[in-house]
Design a protein around this ligand. Structure first.
Ligand SMILES: NC(=O)c1ccc[n+]([C@@H]2O[C@H](COP(=O)([O-])OP(=O)(O)OC[C@H]3O[C@@H](n4cnc5c(N)ncnc54)[C@H](OP(=O)(O)O)[C@@H]3O)[C@@H](O)[C@H]2O)c1
Length: 303
């Protein structure tokens, strides 16, 4: 049946149990989209059959891929499983999107760069240092090859109020008066999931209205930071609310952490293309982080 003139677009979110997928489902719903979130059990991006079945059933206008390989370091020793998620996943999604005329929005990583020439725009040559970064790039290229109707959005250092992730974990460590070491010599553009949602809602609305501005884009919150600097801001916010010992956070050089895959030192992203093609401005990561800590404290207050 033809869609009505004012019918909202249908969005299928893959990886919907993760910090980004879970938040996007709620934000898309609030934006008035018709949204279906699927966990890995419902839609395994690494399985061609699972992807075909899910997309045929939902018939989405847009698919947003939030499935993520969990560990950059593990990818070095478990190349096959990383390849399945980061390369075969995008292939499966792009093929299935093509067969139903859906647009694929794929979240990729700034680890496609080597960190020697930041800030990076979308035309900058890629030069991944790790197998994880290589496969991220291969996945991007496969999408470009298979499906013209795509947005590949490279995002940096994603954070949220998710109780399982970085901000909540850092707070928990500080409250147990345990010292925490955080890498201080690798910087990027931190991005909150809410801010990422704001960006994707704006992109989807414009594509749904007929924009053809497909391709690769960068997004990160305004400013830049290392994990250590992000930790410092969380610490400062916590100290405004409760009594904690000083000096629990210690900076550490990335190269001094044993067993780590190589990572780029500076992957700040230039996000001008998103501003030029979609009119989307960056929001400072610091105000996003302050809101995120606030969210965690008010959730505890409500409990
Ligand atoms: N986190 C960052 O700093 C960062 C940086 C740059 C880019 N990104 C991109 O942002 C996106 C979301 O990241 P995130 O931090 O929200 O990740 P996350 O919290 O780790 O969530 C990832 C989700 O992917 C799901 N998943 C894993 N394998 C899957 C499969 N084969 N099929 C379907 N789903 C699968 C996981 O499900 P299970 O829980 O069932 O395993 C999990 O719910 C990813 O595309 C990632 O590449 C993240």
């Amino acid at each position: 049946m033809a869609k009505g003139l004012f019918a909202p677009p249908t969005i299928l979110v893959a990886g919907a149990s993760g910090q980004t997928g879970n938040a996007l489902v709620q934000l898309f719903d609030r934006a008035g989209f018709s949204v279906v979130g699927m966990s890995r059990a419902e839609l395994d991006v690494a399985s061609e059959a699972s992807v075909q079945t899910a997309l045929s059933a939902v018939q989405p206008d847009f698919v947003v891929n939030c499935a993520r390989y969990p560990d950059v370091d593990r990818a070095e020793s478990e190349g096959d499983s990383a390849h399945r998620l980061l390369v075969e996943g995008p292939i499966n999604l792009a093929m299935a999107c093509r067969s139903i005329n859906a647009t694929l929005i794929h979240l990729s990583s700034e680890y496609v760069f080597d960190g020697n020439d930041a800030p990076y725009d979308e035309q900058a040559p890629t030069a991944p240092l790790s197998l994880f970064g290589h496969y991220c790039r291969e996945g991007e290229l496969e999408i470009e090859r298979i499906l013209p109707a795509h947005i590949v959005l490279r995002v940096g250092l994603v954070f949220s109020a998710d109780p399982r992730r970085f901000v909540a974990n850092t707070l928990q460590t500080l409250r147990s008066h345990t010292e925490k070491r955080m890498v201080s010599d690798e910087i990027g553009t931190p991005t909150s999931v809410e801010d990422l949602g704001r960006v994707l809602v704006a992109v989807i609305r414009q594509l749904d209205l007929g924009s053809q501005a497909f391709g690769v884009y960068h997004y990160g919150g305004g400013g830049s930071a290392s994990w250590f600097e992000m930790g410092e801001l969380i610490y400062a916010q916590a100290l405004q609310r409760e009594d904690l010992p000083d000096n629990l956070l210690q900076p550490v050089r990335g190269d001094d952490v044993p067993g780590r895959a190589p990572r780029p030192k500076d992957v700040r992203l230039n996000c001008d293309r998103l501003l030029q093609n979609f009119g989307i401005k960056r929001l400072p990561w610091r105000s996003q982080m302050i809101q995120c800590v606030e969210q965690i404290y008010s959730r505890e207050g409500d409990a």
